[in-house]
Structures are given as C-alpha cells and as structure tokens.
Design a protein around this ligand. Sequence first.
Ligand SMILES: NC(=O)c1ccc[n+]([C@@H]2O[C@H](COP(=O)([O-])OP(=O)(O)OC[C@H]3O[C@@H](n4cnc5c(N)ncnc54)[C@H](OP(=O)(O)O)[C@@H]3O)[C@@H](O)[C@H]2O)c1
Length: 286
Amino acid sequence: MYAIAGVTGHTGTVVADSLLARGEPIRVIVRDEHKGASWRDRGAEMAVASLDDDVALAGALRGTQGAYVLLPPDATTTDFFGSRARMIDAIGRAAVRAGLPHLVFLSSIGAHLPKGHGPIGAPYLAERSFEQLGMATTFVRAAYFLENYGAVLPAAKQDGVLPSFLPAHFTHAVATTTDIGRTAAQALLDGPRGRRVIELSGPTDVTPADVAAALTELLGRSVKVIEAPLDAVVPTFVSFGMSPHMAEIYRQMYEGFIGGGVTWEATGERVRGSIEVKEGLRAMLS
Ligand SMILES: NC(=O)c1ccc[n+]([C@@H]2O[C@H](COP(=O)([O-])OP(=O)(O)OC[C@H]3O[C@@H](n4cnc5c(N)ncnc54)[C@H](OP(=O)(O)O)[C@@H]3O)[C@@H](O)[C@H]2O)c1
C-alpha cells in the first residue's frame, strides 16, 4: 500500500494513476473527501488529511510501504516560508509517528542550495528536515515544469506571442509533470534505498524560443517570444491574483535562473524522462 498526496494536482494524479495501472494498492490523501471519490471508485483507499495536520496525516500514512508528498504552492500566502516550514514539520512528525518506511518527496532543481532561488528555498528546507528523520527518503528534484508555460498558451493561441521572463535563448532544463509523476511512482516501487536523490528533467533542455517554435508547428501559426523584464514579474503575478509577497519570491526565482545559480547538484542520479517538449505541449493544448 502506497499513500499519495496531491492527487487532485499535476504530479500526484500521475503517481496514483501509474500505481493503479500496475495493480498496486494505493491510499489517496485528500483534504476534502469529495475530491477522493473518483479514486475510491477506482479501488483506492482514501484518507482525509491536510499536509499540515500531523495527527491526521500520521493516520493516513500508517501501514503503508511508502508515501509521495509535496509542498503545494500557495499563491495568496503572505508567509510562504513560515507556512511551508509548518507543513514540513507536520509531514516529518507524521511520518515518524506512522513508522513510514519510505518518504518520496517532490523536490526541485537547485534544492541543494540554501538561497538565491525564491520558492526553491522550501524544498531546500524540506530536504534538510527530512534527512534528519532517520528514515529512507527519495528526493525527486524536478526541473522547471513544462506546465509553467501553460499560463501563456492562451496568448500564443490568440495573439501569436509567448511572453517570457526567461530570455528567448536561455537554455533551461524542463520536465513534464507526467514524467515527474511516473518517476516518483517508480521510486515508490523501488522501495527504500537510504537517502536517494533523483535529478529529473525531460529528454532535451529547451529555450523559450524552442517552445515558441514547437507552438508554431502545433498551432499552425507563428508564435514569437516576447521577453518581459524581471521588474514586470511582481506586477504581472499580482494582476493574476498572487500576493505581492509570493510574487516577489517568484521574481527571485527567475533572477536565480537567469543568473545561472539554479543548477543541478549532479552528485545523485541524473534521470531524463521520455516526453519531448512538443509532445508535452500537444497534451497541454488538447
Ligand atoms: N513549477 C515548477 O516548475 C516546479 C519545479 C520543481 C518542483 N516543483 C514543486 O512542485 C509543486 C507543485 O506540484 P504539483 O504541480 O503536482 O501540485 P499542484 O498541481 O499545484 O497540486 C497541489 C496538490 O496539493 C493538494 N494540497 C494543497 N494544499 C494541501 C494541504 N494543505 N494538504 C493536503 N493537500 C494539499 C492539492 O489538493 P486540493 O485539491 O485540496 O487543493 C493538490 O492536489 C510545487 O509546489 C513545488 O514544490 C515545482
């Protein structure tokens, strides 16, 4: 039995689907039981628990061979690091209380670095905390999600533009959440291996210009990158409803990427998924 958090989100859905497809028993962890109903219909057990409630979470983890957890984003928080620290603490206490044999955590490129990467500071803190628990941990350090480009697909479709805070010819690692979820599911099946780090990206690194070229083919219309300055990150994200606090943290992330500081540690396993950018974008457009 494997416990899986985030099953209404990008990666958790894939983890749960992958394990069910292999006939593995799963227990989905949801905050609201209605959100677990479709999984229960497919044969999953369901536990209702928030990732910041150590008592309920311990109940959700008890008796499982391994669990997939993540630190969910929170666009409106005014205390990102404080709220993530409380969640990290609760996950750790729950895992210990439940006697969990293996914790698979969705981490990030750059999570070995203490600073200079905005929200990646949260998985940095989580890794440091979870490795003190005395249990087997697998950190799936994922590249920049291809799905981050999803926010600008409407502009590509309607206006033929791809607004980007990353420079048009800036090469960066990218991963689809399908490859990430499949890798995490495989890590659960692999079982405990002490402290394991998997640094994961898709088959090919890309530039925003590559993404625009792939969209040009897929949409049958010219799509060009429009570079936006870093000063535009906060007002843009705030206009989408994000808190100024969180928007500033994302600005720091873009600054870290562009400055070249957000990199792989390259001491653990370096894994490349199978989904090419064009294929991933096609799925996002469908
Ligand atoms: N974006 C990137 O480029 C990138 C790169 C590397 C790593 N990451 C990591 O990936 C994470 C996002 O993963 P994702 O895309 O799979 O997530 P997602 O699609 O945003 O889904 C978040 C999931 O967490 C659940 N959730 C939210 N708050 C919860 C709580 N308090 N207790 C229990 N469950 C809760 C949500 O359930 P509800 O339906 O209840 O809301 C949802 O299922 C980021 O936060 C970051 O740590 C991101």
